[in-house]
Design a protein around this ligand. Structure first.
Ligand SMILES: [Zn+2]
Length: 305
């Protein structure tokens, strides 16, 4: 499971793999594993014919850096991959909110002191000028205890926004944009429709759906959830002019109701973010586990595989 292929200053969720490391990883996969498209992997899993060294490569969200840094590597190696696209961000011209939030808060050059409203909650933002502690803190990961005031604020706001209705989330982001400097990185932009079509060119890459607004699906009403699941698939079909058989849950957030909705919308399988190997005993095609690939030396990648 990949997200970004890029070098970034703050990566609290560990989703960015350096382009050189990605290239090494793909070279290794090509030489030592049987890489196959997701549909093929699911088919072979269902028929009990999946080889032990089978691998499928996936990308989540639809970052522009995938086109710039991953496409040529995949083509050169002849490696198939699946892109799970959050379709609402295509052509919206906005960054993914979690990246924008990280840039605004973690890279803010203070001082800041005010109370940020987040729906019914209030988060105190209070820190001085950037200091040495903040510079040393760029390696921080969000699953570790936040240490600086910026990290604490980032995580508190992220936790609220991750489960907020899209309208409320947009309102909070809009108010933050008025106070903090704007995110610039063009490679962090979501792909637009032309980018997606270029990414798919060559026939090695297929699309899977990843919802419209990238909302946590268990936080939505049944009607909203079904709309997110169904419309994102429709948009993927329109963009790729191909059947779209797979889905990936935003944030890995799902339960049995969500799985049933995904199946009812006509998908044949879905990926979770549970970090585990696929085994021959996997019965449920609507919670296929994936290994999150970190930006790390090749040896780490090999151990993970
Ligand atoms: Zn995602």
């Amino acid at each position: 499971m990949y997200h970004r292929i890029a070098r970034v200053r703050h990566d609290p969720w560990g989703i960015a793999v350096h382009p050189e490391q990605f290239e090494e990883q793909m070279d290794y996969v090509k030489r030592h594993r049987s890489a196959m498209p997701m549909d093929e992997l699911v088919h072979q899993l269902s028929t009990g014919t999946l080889p032990a060294d089978a691998v499928a490569i996936t990308f989540d969200d639809g970052y522009r850096d995938n086109l710039v840094h991953a496409k040529a590597v995949l083509m050169r190696q002849g490696l198939p991959a699946c892109l799970f696209l959050a379709t609402g961000y295509v052509d919206r011209g906005e960054f993914f909110w979690w990246d924008e939030l990280a840039t605004m808060i973690l890279e803010s050059t203070g001082p800041v002191q005010y109370e940020q409203m987040c729906g019914v909650e209030t988060i105190l933002l209070d820190w001085p000028e950037t200091d040495a502690t903040d510079n040393a803190a760029s390696e921080w990961k969000a699953w570790n205890e936040p240490r600086t005031a910026r990290q604490k604020a980032y995580l508190a706001i992220w936790r609220i926004l991750q489960r907020s209705p899209e309208k409320d989330r947009n309102a909070v982001m809009e108010s933050l944009r008025l106070r903090f400097s704007k995110m610039q990185d063009p490679l962090a932009k979501p792909m637009n429709a032309d980018d997606v079509r270029s990414f798919l060119e060559g026939g090695l890459i297929t699309l899977g759906a990843h919802s419209v607004s990238h909302s946590a699906l268990t936080s939505l009403s049944k009607a909203e959830r079904q709309r997110e699941i169904d419309l994102s698939g429709q948009r993927c079909r329109a963009l790729s002019k191909m059947p779209v058989t797979g889905f990936a849950y935003p944030f890995g957030d799902m339960n049995q109701d969500v799985q049933r909705d995904v199946a009812a919308c006509g998908y044949s399988w879905a990926c979770s973010t549970e970090g585990a190997w696929l085994t021959g005993e996997q019965q449920n095609l609507f919670e296929l586990p994936r290994i999150a690939v970190p930006s790390a030396p090749l040896q780490t990648f090999i151990s993970l595989l």
